[in-house]
Design a protein around this ligand. Structure first.
Ligand code: ZN
Length: 164
């Protein structure tokens, strides 16, 4: 007899008669001498018998029959003829779609550059409280000495010592 009590799932396997004969005999010998395991084994046997007394319950849906029925179902209807012609027309172009990636990137970069450049050149409508020439003030960021920076020479900037 082993002195260590077996886990509950081993006792449950014993009740279900799912253990090899040598393990089953060792467990039966242990539970004959161990009151704790004997009580647990009696409880598991009572539960097993209660489950055995339940009437069989049929499952509502037969999943296997459904899957087999779908497998034997008719295939999907063929695509429309005009769609095949359209796909055939673009198939050579779609085969080279990887070549269009640099073209799309270049076009996007050029378009963005033109858009941003155009935003710098447009004249904004006069607004109250703003200087009328905001665009020129914004363009002063690209001067040799941007606003707020120190003058490299004394005569490079205005009389104030600032670039503006
Ligand atoms: Zn025990």
């Amino acid at each position: 007899m082993t002195r260590i009590c077996p886990p509950a799932d081993t006792l449950s396997a014993l009740v279900d008669d799912a253990l090899p004969p040598d393990v089953r005999d060792a467990l039966l010998a242990h539970s004959a001498a161990c009151p704790h395991c004997a009580a647990q084994l009696a409880e598991l046997r009572a539960l097993h018998d209660a489950f055995q007394d339940l009437p069989p319950m049929p499952v509502g849906a037969d999943l296997g029959a459904r899957v087999i029925a779908r497998l034997h179902a008719e295939p999907a209807p063929p695509r429309a003829r005009w769609l095949e012609v359209l796909v055939g027309l673009f198939k050579p172009v779609l085969a080279w779609r990887g070549a269009f990636v640099p073209l799309v990137g270049t076009t996007g970069a050029l378009g963005l550059g033109v858009l941003l450049g155009g935003m710098l050149l447009t004249e904004e409508p006069a607004m109250p409280g703003r200087s009328p020439n905001v665009t020129l003030a914004a363009m002063s960021l690209f001067d040799p000495v941007p606003p707020g920076n120190l003058c490299p020479r004394a005569d490079a900037c205005g009389t104030t010592g600032n670039s503006r």
